[in-house]
Design a protein around this ligand. Structure first.
Ligand code: HEC
Length: 145
């Protein structure tokens, strides 16, 4: 193989890995944005006593939460504007655990809200737990929070 070929191969690899990374980055960005909207939707729905909406939004969050670890493959920190901290990959098992807590709390909220006669206090408490997960993970792993 000539040097030229080698360089082309390396560049090609870099371009491919950058493309893969930007895919997961945009997917996680839109997932987190959707979670932020889901939190606002749930807040309003709780005030209206609309448990169907609470359950649906919580379920969306739980589904996204389950995907979080796979949306942070090694080397997907992103560019200058990325809010992902390097500590995610230094501490990956902890990051995965925090994703799991988020997933199970969001799932618990969905389950409580979709029970035949939802207990409003229990649903509100479960919602508070979900929003606690956002802070618990952002504090060590996201810049600017
Ligand atoms: C397990 C960790 C974790 C949990 C739980 C978590 N986040 Fe995040 N969040 C992150 C990380 C890391 C980023 C930065 C991602 C990046 O920039 O690539 C982020 C980014 C965001 C962003 C910015 C998205 C963008 O690019 O514009 C919003 C909004 C957000 N999170 C909302 C939430 C909300 C709301 C919750 C809870 C309902 C939540 N997050 C739970 C880790 C988490």
């Amino acid at each position: 193989m000539t040097t030229k070929h080698l360089i082309a191969l390396i560049l090609g690899g870099l371009i491919i890995s950058a493309a893969v990374a930007s895919d997961v980055i945009s997917e996680r960005e839109s997932g987190f944005k959707a979670s932020k909207r889901a939190v606002a939707t749930i807040k309003d729905a709780l005030a209206d006593g609309n448990m169907t909406t609470v359950a649906a939004s919580a379920k969306t969050m739980a589904e996204f939460a389950e995907r979080i670890p796979s949306l942070f493959p090694a080397g997907s920190k992103g560019g200058f504007f990325s809010a992902a901290k390097e500590d995610i990959w230094r501490n990956f098992p902890d990051f995965v655990q925090k994703s799991k807590n988020f997933q199970s709390n969001a799932q618990e909220l969905a389950t409580l809200a979709s029970s035949p006669s939802p207990d409003k206090a229990a649903v509100s408490a479960a919602f508070a737990k979900v929003t606690e997960n956002c802070k618990t993970c952002h504090q060590p792993y996201k810049k600017g929070w």
